[in-house]
Ligand binder design. Sequence first.
Ligand code: APR
Ligand code: PHB
Length: 393
Amino acid sequence: MKTQVLIIGAGPSGLLLGQLLAQAGIDALIIERQTPDYVLGRIRAGILEQVTVDLLHEAGVGHRLAVEGTVHRGIELVFSGQRHMIDVAGLTGGKTVTAYGQTEVTRDLMQARSAAGLPSVYGVSELTLQDLDSNKPWVRFKADGQTQEVQADFVAGCDGFHGASRASIPRHVLREYERTYPFGWLGMLSDTPPVSPHAIIYANSPRGFALCSMRSLTRSRYYVQCPLDDRIEDWNDDRFWEELRCRLDVDTASRLITGKSIEKSIAPLRSFVAEPMRWGSLFLAGDAAHIVPPTGAKGLNLAAADVKLLASALSDWYRLGQSRAMDTYSERSLRRIWKAERFAWWLTSLMHRFPDTDDFGQRMQEAELAYLTSSAAAATTLAENYVGLPLEL
Ligand code: APR
Ligand code: PHB
């Protein structure tokens, strides 16, 4: 079999790339290890920057987002028992973020792909990537018990952090940067009205970080910082709600509406960047190339920005025969990625309790929070990063 662009992975990166390439008249085949239901069962963050919202509209998958997404004009920071509003829209000339779950983005993209009759193969295994350093790369994999081979002009590695693409780049070419954090996030989803439908709440309390977010006006998403070795069985719903309440200001805690959880999971936090994002005919995008800790919800947004740059670079190649945008894809993407890495690392450092922080470190955190909520200059720095930096920096 032959295709122009072989996309590995049907997460948000692979699906959005497939959609943008189809619009540009470029053939692509997507291969995915899991089943569609499995992909839709993964609960991840749900805050979209304006750039991402615009891109989803441009890709023709923005109708449900426009109706069901909730626009947030600000965020709230809780510390020392007090809640402080950061007027993100006011500080950025009206820019906002939209609450709309990654699961829904994925569902919309999957539906658009199948409605357009575009090819995807789910449930592939034993994938190997071959001749990536040539202009005739090809892959071999198993699907439905049959071994298949596909040749392509280019391969897009959209297969997430544990995928096969990055692992195919020789060790002497690839440089990886990583930071892990000494805690995880315990997340819970419940069909209860969000405690704060207008703004996401980030809380730094003596018992650790907490976050109040939402998926819709009837579905809430909450998180609490927890030790990395905690097990999900240790956290029944009552314990979760009680812990969350303790970490919020009194007013928010008193308004919290609790109910049965519909999903609970613990995730470690990691910062990670792989350079370069291109090797020969292979281009990495999304989690395959970089991970941010979830504080600030940059993961999906970064993936969307990569894919936008990659789709237009490939379109320049097929439409105009120009390789410049492809040749600079890695460098241009990494410029934005490192800035988002910095922001996610900084917000994580500011809002969490680190087990080994001394009294001085603690005071520094408190002073920085006080500065942020009393200086327009400091709050603007937070706001402009929160809504997302421009696509090309
Ligand atoms: N063969 C085929 N598919 C694979 C393989 C493989 N060897 N390895 C992984 N995959 C698939 C995974 O099953 C997954 O569906 O690649 C997909 C990668 O999807 P994501 O992990 O969602 O990564 P990405 O599409 O880049 O999305 C980035 O997701 O993890 C969040 O915070 C992140 O929001 C960000 C977004
Ligand atoms: C979420 O809604 O899941 C969410 C929101 C904001 C974050 C992280 C996650 O910073």
